[in-house]
Write a protein that binds this ligand. Structure first.
Ligand code: PEP
Ligand code: MN
Length: 289
């Protein structure tokens, strides 16, 4: 497709399926929910509130690839996965389940309840997993691995599409950083850079993309201002008590506030009211600063 060649630097794209891909529907993805599903009560409470504030998808982890083994929850009762599905559907949301391994036993369990699948950042380059999931025909949210380049990410998306006619959606969730004010550093520039060469939707994850509750709102807004096709935020009824990723979970009240700001931002962007270029008077001469 011609837009592939708008790229002015770097290697020529080597992922034809990604460049030809067109999403079935254009939509703004609004994903919210806890890092991990902890109980039926917790997930119903979250689903009720986030649906009220316009979420489209409920998230909640079961099978985790935590950094440390102690953070994986091990055995997951099937009733809890069923309750998660029920919570999402009761409030008109699609549910997302992360897939960690593709043994038939594990995959069949996930496929029984999931509307959409997620490939976690640490699994982005598990190419056999990607091929297997591509065959499911589902929407698949593909996180960028913290060390991966744009090319490697799109290469991974191509593996999904080689597997079958799934619907990939990219999620920018930050990468490695040599600074100590964040756990991961969200790469805002990935968003317009991906959009310059593909039709693949790309979302901003300001939760994993910072690891800091107080930075989730500004970075989510920044990602949307940069053109993201939606966002993912980890929300918890009582963030301090989250069983995983507690430092980045935002409360349901904070989520409500964030959604109001997003509405203003999106309207402003649509109206062109946020264009700032008119205010620039300084005319650089082209040299390096
Ligand atoms: C998650 O979505 O809860 C998660 C663990 O994300 P990531 O794979 O981006 O770390
Ligand atoms: Mn998490």
């Amino acid at each position: 497709m011609s837009f592939a060649f708008q790229r002015s630097w770097g290697p020529k794209p080597s992922y034809p399926k990604v460049l030809e891909y067109k999403p079935d529907e254009e939509c703004f993805y609004k994903i919210a929910g806890p890092c991990s599903v902890e109980s039926k009560e917790q997930i119903f409470q979250v689903a009720e509130v986030v649906s009220k504030y316009g979420a489209t998808h409920l998230r909640g982890g079961f099978f985790r690839a935590g950094t440390y083994p102690g953070k994986t929850f091990g055995f997951v009762p099937e009733e809890l996965i069923a309750a998660y599905q029920e919570a999402a559907h009761t409030y008109g949301l699609k549910n997302i389940i992360e897939v960690l391994d593709y043994s038939s036993e594990s995959l069949n369990l996930v496929l029984k309840y999931a509307d959409c699948l997620q490939v976690g950042a640490r699994s982005m380059q598990n190419y056999s997993l990607l091929r297997k999931l591509g065959a499911t025909r589902k929407t698949i949210f593909l996180k960028r691995n913290p060390g991966s380049t744009l090319d490697e990410w799109l290469g991974a998306a191509e593996h999904l599409l080689m597997g079958g006619p799934c619907q990939p959606v990219l999620i920018e969730r930050g990468g490695k950083v040599g600074l100590d004010h964040v756990r991961w550093d969200l790469s805002i520039s990935m968003i317009p850079a991906v959009e310059a060469i593909t039709r693949m939707p790309i979302l901003v994850d300001g939760s994993h993309g910072t690891g800091r509750r107080d930075l989730v709102e500004p970075m989510t807004l920044a990602g949307i201002a940069a053109g993201a096709d939606g966002y993912l935020v980890e929300t918890h009824p009582n963030p301090e008590l989250s069983l995983s990723d507690k430092d980045q979970a935002i409360s349901l009240e904070a989520y409500a506030k964030l959604t109001r700001k997003i509405k203003y931002l999106v309207h402003g962007l649509e109206d062109g009211e946020l264009a700032v270029t008119d205010h620039l008077t300084y005319k650089p001469d082209g040299g390096n600063a």
